[in-house]
Design a protein around this ligand. Sequence first.
Ligand SMILES: NC(=O)c1ccc[n+]([C@@H]2O[C@H](COP(=O)([O-])OP(=O)(O)OC[C@H]3O[C@@H](n4cnc5c(N)ncnc54)[C@H](OP(=O)(O)O)[C@@H]3O)[C@@H](O)[C@H]2O)c1
Length: 294
Amino acid sequence: MKVLLTGASGQLGQALIATCPEGVELLPCRRQELDLSDTEACRRLVQEHQPDWVLNAGAYTAVDRAESDPELAHAVNALAPAALAEAQSEHGGRLLQLSTDFVFNGQQASPYRPDQVAEPLGVYGSTKAAGEAAVLKHSGTRVLRTSWVYGPMGSNFCRTMLRLLTEWEQLGVVSDQVGCPTSTLGLAQACWRVLALEDRAPLILHWSDAGAASWYDFAVAIAELGQKQGLLSRVAQVNPIQTVDYPTPAQRPNYSLLDCSATRKALSLEPQHWRVALEQVLLRIASNPASPSA
Ligand SMILES: NC(=O)c1ccc[n+]([C@@H]2O[C@H](COP(=O)([O-])OP(=O)(O)OC[C@H]3O[C@@H](n4cnc5c(N)ncnc54)[C@H](OP(=O)(O)O)[C@@H]3O)[C@@H](O)[C@H]2O)c1
């Protein structure tokens, strides 16, 4: 099976490369090989390689920056997936589009099901929702939504917290946004499972680690487990704050848990609780302290 991977330098992209199953011929594309803001380049690359799958892990993920850069975010998150999906459908190939819990507005109090209508709050979520709609017009495409992604590599909340916890005396972290941290280690496994299922996978899938947390809960766990694993020489006191006390350019959903039950069943895969997954990510970071810092 030939798989063209976009976003190969991203945190999920790196995890997908590290976990690539035997028998997969992987074509990892970083920005240098494919500029996702160039739709013609997206089409040409697919036509040249005619992969069985495109795994579109590349995205404009800077949620706040997207508010002042909507055109580029739309090009990367909506026009590129549309072009990749169309080019794939022309030769009978498939595409797995990664998407986000931020397509939901966070106004409900129970986990979002895959069939619920997207109602994004900001530019990032809107462009990801547009990407979903565009790829789903083509047969052979699948959308996998996930949430609060972090891992041993790349830029993410966990690695940023590890740095801030040693630099500051006190840290205020938002406690009224609830979701679920998702490790790239489990997420990559879920993606590979979707590809193996081919047409038997549901059209829209939800995957996160198990449980629920606020950003504050996540930060407290990073402090506790990071200290236990010897990653932190000193630890700031972490204080809960409200979203109104930490204004950001983009509005985020207050509640974005995903109902992953149908996906778990379809993939025959059970996620770990987010704290267990966090321990494993911290272990990886501890065993490779030279990885670029966030
Ligand atoms: N991060 C999260 O919390 C989160 C949550 C839910 C869903 N997701 C979704 O999960 C997927 C993977 O996200 P991630 O966390 O791995 O993101 P990431 O670490 O930010 O990686 C994004 C990748 O996209 C690439 N990219 C951005 N603009 C590009 C362009 N114009 N041309 C080519 N490549 C470009 C980046 O390249 P450079 O390295 O060169 O910048 C990077 O490799 C995305 O679809 C994202 O929307 C993420």
